[in-house]
Design a binder for this molecule. Structure first.
Ligand SMILES: *Cc1c(COP(=O)(O)O)cnc(C)c1O
Length: 460
């Protein structure tokens, strides 16, 4: 039997799944930091197109995918569901391990699932240019690909340390027609402030978000696009889990545990939320567990606090209630750049707070060991971000072996690592540092935002 399971193109899901009506309690609203009051949809109009704002707060459970978006999805979707039989054998585990492989998209990750939808809605509403930030370069390349398809211009603020470590990502974006600016840059007030403090500043996702937002707010024909964290982004990613449900049903399988890595939370939400829906609505045959995996050096859900915080370092975004390490915490420059974010999506944070979702954190050396085993068994070289999920999968499979359990494990292989080979070289040569949990810096950063909120009469 083949161990690769494709859906027929005709079976591509026609609707995304919106988790908002199915949360265990209402999502605390985003707050305007100036007033401490919930932000109104109009507050967001300088930044996002109307349809995305509508989706951000929608209580409709299923939202139709426009035909123009499906048309593009068909380039690489449905993505395959693959059984990792060789990894199972190497681990001698009775567990059955399946993965959804999102690395087959043209940019090589799950990110175009939302990039394409966002570019489409912006183009339909007459926007000429988008701005965005990128960490590892995956989001920037996904949005470059998507804006090219819908005739929009794009400016990408790329975290400087990634720009230096991953020059090929920038070349990919430029090939698709985007303008790439290392961040912090002197294009914006936010960027200039950081450069004054440190001309060699390595940058962070938070700083790059500040720059991209400022650029969009200052230009009439320009809007901003975010690759994770927000409800509408997670919504678009649910195509992953909706496909996986059909693929597993065809095999008469259902996961005991669903695993994914978490930066802002979009790929993990994408694979897990549709399964959560089945479990919550009593349609699932099992009480599935959901496990989010993070880097030990930036463990927002595992070691952060559930409280209101800014989404960016320059305090330009609304306050979001989420697990956070504090918005001015700058994590060490690990190779899973896409996981270096101080917060986690509000819906995912709420599910963790409610005890429904779990999280775990690993250092990058153990993560690369897992990546190497995966490459040497399954062949695919995973993105360092995705390798976090693989490390957790291996631990779960080994536990199943100890207990003699026939557990079914499903995980999201969010992208390939073929543009991350410099990181693999460092690992193979034994030069990769196993950054530990920076407890003191995080405590300081959390204390600071708490003080900020309390001084303004906002309950953290
Ligand atoms: C960006 C990225 C991530 C992390 O972002 P999420 O929003 O948490 O999914 C994970 N894997 C890959 C391959 C990425 O590019």
């Amino acid at each position: 039997m083949s161990k690769k399971y494709f859906l027929d193109e005709e079976e591509l899901p026609r609707e995304w799944y919106n988790i908002l009506p199915d949360l265990p309690e209402p999502l605390p609203p985003p707050l305007n930091p100036a007033t401490g009051k919930p932000v109104s949809p109009e507050d967001l109009e300088p930044i996002f197109p109307k349809e995305l704002i509508r989706q951000e707060v929608s209580q409709e459970r299923f939202i139709p995918i426009p035909e123009e978006v499906l048309e593009v999805y068909r380039i690489w979707r449905p993505t395959p569901l693959i059984r990792a039989t060789r990894l199972e054998k190497a681990l001698r585990t009775p567990a059955r391990i399946y993965y959804k492989y999102e690395g087959v998209s043209p940019p090589g990750s799950h990110k175009p699932n939302t990039a394409v939808a966002q570019a489409y809605y912006n183009a339909r509403e007459g926007v000429a240019r988008l701005t965005t930030e990128t960490g590892a370069g995956q989001w920037g390349s996904a949005l470059s690909f998507a804006t090219m398809l819908f005739g929009l211009k794009l400016t990408v603020y790329m975290v400087r340390v990634s720009y230096q470590q991953k020059p090929y990502r920038a070349i990919l974006m430029q090939t698709w027609g985007a303008e790439v600016v290392p961040s912090p840059s002197n294009r914006t007030k936010a960027g200039r402030a950081f450069l004054e403090k440190d001309p060699e500043h390595p940058g962070s996702l938070g700083i790059a978000i500040s720059e991209a937002l400022e650029d969009a707010i200052e230009h009439e024909d320009t809007k901003y696009s975010l690759g994770s964290v927000l409800n509408h982004v997670l919504l678009h990613q649910t195509i992953i889990g909706l496909e996986a449900i059909k693929q597993m049903q065809a095999l008469d399988e259902f996961p005991d545990i669903v695993i994914g890595c978490v930066g802002g939370g979009s790929n993990f939400a994408g694979i897990s939320y549709p399964f959560y829906y089945l479990v919550r609505s009593g349609k699932a045959p099992k009480k599935t567990r959901f496990l989010a995996v993070e880097p030990a050096s930036c463990p927002s859900m595992t070691k952060g606090e559930y409280m209101y915080d800014f989404g960016d370092t320059a305090r330009l975004t609304p306050l979001l209630k989420m697990y956070t390490l504090g918005h001015d915490f700058v994590p060490p420059p690990i190779h899973a750049g896409g996981l270096r974010y101080h917060g986690a999506a509000p819906t995912l944070s709420l599910l963790k707070k409610a005890g429904i979702f779990e999280s775990v954190a690993y250092n990058q050396v153990e993560v690369f060991e897992a990546a190497r085993l995966f490459a040497r068994t399954e062949g695919i070289v995973p993105a360092p971000e995705s390798a976090h999920a693989i490390k957790a999968v291996i631990d779960e499979a080994l536990e199943a072996k100890r207990k003699g359990e026939e557990k079914v494990i499903l995980f999201n292989l969010s992208g390939h690592g073929l543009l991350d080979l410099a990181a693999y070289r460092e690992f193979l040569e034994g030069r990769l540092p196993a950054h530990e949990y920076p407890a003191e810096a995080i405590q300081k950063s959390i204390a600071k935002i708490k003080e900020y909120l309390l001084a303004r009469g906002i309950q953290p």
